[in-house]
Structures are given as structure tokens and as C-alpha cells.
Design a protein around this ligand. Structure first.
Ligand code: 5GP
Length: 193
């Protein structure tokens, strides 16, 4: 990526603007708040990708009148093995939850789901800890190459069948801080190596 001096030069196109994403988060927050009205809720963000989604969602849920009685926010830091642009579903937990999951109404918050193996692994792991309810929320859905039929109760926006970056999603740890979702220029990948 050395010859691409700026982020702007590396980006092919914007897929969803910051405003599109904020609207989707607002819609997800309303759905989650409605399903947990008067009950405690544990939002469990999956880092690093869901860094921004989890925080923005937690604040948006708190603004919904008549939502959960209490909102707890926790996170796991997970890393999927695979190549630069595809996960293998073999997940390494780099940081586990710090709150007990047993008896809680848990919503896993993921950035993006592609083949579904990462979310399937996390659901199995958490289900084994006996939550009262376990649901999943995904901001960007890539339904084109699913290998497993993983239940997702809350879906934000459809991602194109491309490797995307921004709003928490990286390419080799870069681009997470873009406030929008973008597709990278093919040139970025061809300079690997
Ligand atoms: P899955 O196991 O469902 O194929 O992939 C889930 C994980 O792979 C996501 O949490 C994310 O870390 C990564 N991933 C999948 N698609 C993309 C993508 O288009 N861009 C980025 N940056 N990461 C992706």
C-alpha cells in the first residue's frame, strides 16, 4: 500500500455514508429496545470490528423511550484465522467477557457476517454459558457465501459482495476509523506482498 499516499487514493467508492449507517443503527436500536422493553440487556460487542457499532448502538438504545430497564455493555475480542479477506471460522478469543453471561438477555453485536463461521462459533460459546436469551445483531450482512445457517435477529444493511472497510472494519488494521463504509481499490490488494 506504500504508493497510495492517502486514504482517499485507496478508496474506490463509498457504499454507505455515515448518515446511512446512523439511520440503520437507529432502526436496530428501536428493534432491540422493543424486544427488551422493561428487561435488562447485555450488549456484547465483538472487537475489534464492532468497536463503533457497539458503542453507537448502546447510546441509541438508551434514547428509545420504554426500552430496556438496564443496559450493560461488554465486549469480547476475537480474531478469525484465514487469509487477508476471508475467515476460516477458527476463532481465537483474545479477550473474553468480563461480565457473567448466565441468566442474561444477551445480544451479540457483530460488524459483518460473511460465511457465518465466526458468529456461529461465538453463539455456541455463549450458549454454553446459559444466557436467558441469546440474540445476534449484525450491522453489515454479506449473505452471498454463507457456509452455515446462523440465526441473526437484527440485520442492519446489506453489504455488496466485496471486501469492505470503514466504521470499524479494517484492511490490515487500516481504515477502521473511516466514518463510512467503503470499497477499496483493487490496487490496494495487488500491492500486497
Ligand atoms: P465470517 O466468519 O462470517 O466469514 O466473517 C466474519 C468476520 O470476517 C468479520 O467479523 C470480519 O472481521 C471479517 N470480514 C468478513 N467480511 C469482511 C469484509 O468485507 N471486510 C472486513 N474488513 N472484514 C470482513
Amino acid at each position: 500500500m506504500n504508493t497510495l499516499a492517502t486514504y482517499d487514493e485507496a478508496i474506490e467508492r463509498t457504499l454507505y455514508t455515515a448518515e446511512d449507517i446512523a439511520r440503520a443503527i437507529g432502526r436496530l436500536a428501536a428493534e432491540i429496545a422493543r424486544d427488551h422493553a422493561g428487561q435488562p440487556l447485555l450488549l456484547l460487542g465483538v472487537l475489534k470490528g464492532a468497536l463503533y457499532v457497539a458503542v453507537d448502538l448502546a447510546r441509541a438504545i438508551a434514547r428509545v423511550p420504554g426500552g430496556p430497564s438496564e443496559i450493560f455493555v461488554d465486549y469480547v475480542c476475537a480474531s478469525s484465522y484465514g487469509n487477508a479477506t476471508r475467515s476460516s471460522g477458527e476463532v481465537r478469543i483474545l479477550k473474553d467477557t468480563s461480565m457473567p453471561v448466565a441468566g442474561q438477555n444477551v445480544v451479540i453485536v457483530e460488524d459483518i457476517v460473511d460465511n457465518g463461521l465466526t458468529l456461529q462459533y461465538l453463539q455456541a460459546l455463549l450458549r454454553g454459558r446459559n444466557p436467558a436469551h441469546l440474540r445476534s445483531c449484525v450491522l453489515f450482512n454479506k449473505p452471498y457465501h454463507r457456509l452455515v445457517d446462523v440465526p441473526i435477529e437484527y440485520v442492519g444493511l446489506r453489504s455488496p459482495d466485496e471486501f469492505v472497510v470503514g466504521y470499524g472494519l479494517d484492511y490490515q488494521e487500516l481504515f477502521r476509523n473511516l466514518p463510512y463504509l467503503a470499497q477499496l481499490r483493487a490496487q490496494v490488494f495487488s500491492q500486497e506482498g
